[in-house]
Design a protein around this ligand. Structure first.
Ligand code: MD6
Ligand code: FE
Length: 204
């Protein structure tokens, strides 16, 4: 794939600026709208009992979940229904950027409204963390903070905008990262505003 001039790598995280043009973003937003209609967003609780400010759902054969019993993947939406399939436009981004034959098991859908944020964390609930994680941003811009493979230490942050895609693999796969804040009104993609982030993972 030809690199876009503004693509960059921050602490090993590869960022593809506007990989998705406006039409592709609109198509993906529609497909995610269908996912959310079938598998409504819910508010997870941390193992410590706090409500997360990000609302979530998933597509695929399993969905990421958290409550007082810990972080894990579950085979059905909390309602008891199957998770909807991962939309084709999302699988296409995975195939394009990873070049893998293996498709992701889970597309986690994070929705940020208002003052939602996401604390620094590693993505390590998957059985084999050698597989990459691919992350797509849609809607309002967000301050993405990137740290180290250990908790703490120096960090760097960048703004992720609608249509940007980030890949965490190799040395960056287990890097700590989080969302400091989302800037309302920076995109008109989503009806009602806010930001959606999709993360694609091989879980099993
Ligand atoms: C977000 N992203 O952008 C949160 N995780 O809203 C993540 O937590 C993330 O961007 C793993 C890989 C890439 C990511
Ligand atoms: Fe993450």
């Amino acid at each position: 794939m030809a690199d876009h001039p503004s693509d960059l790598t921050v602490r090993g995280v590869r960022i593809y600026r506007t990989l998705l043009d406006l039409k592709a973003q609109q198509q993906m937003a529609r497909e995610i709208g269908t996912v959310v209609a079938q598998a409504p967003l819910f508010t997870p609780r941390t193992p410590g009992g706090r409500k997360m400010s990000v609302r979530m759902t998933s597509a695929g054969c399993c969905g990421w979940f958290s409550d007082h019993r810990g972080y894990r993947y579950i085979p059905r939406h909390p309602s008891g229904q199957d998770w909807p399939p991962i939309p084709p436009s999302v699988l296409a981004v995975w195939a394009q950027l990873t070049g893998l034959d293996r498709m992701p098991d889970c597309c986690l859908v994070n929705f940020y409204g208002g003052r939602a944020r996401l604390g620094m964390h590693q993505d390590r609930d998957e059985a084999d963390t050698a597989w990459p994680v691919v992350s797509v941003s849609l809607g309002d811009s967000a301050r993405f903070r990137i740290g180290n493979t250990y908790r703490g230490g120096p960090t760097q942050s960048i703004w992720l905008e609608s249509g940007d895609v980030a890949v965490l693999d190799d040395e960056a796969r287990l890097i700590y990262h989080g969302i400091d804040r989302v800037k309302a009104g920076t995109s008109s993609l989503l009806n009602g505003g806010g930001r959606i982030n999709l993360t694609l993972r091989v879980v099993y």
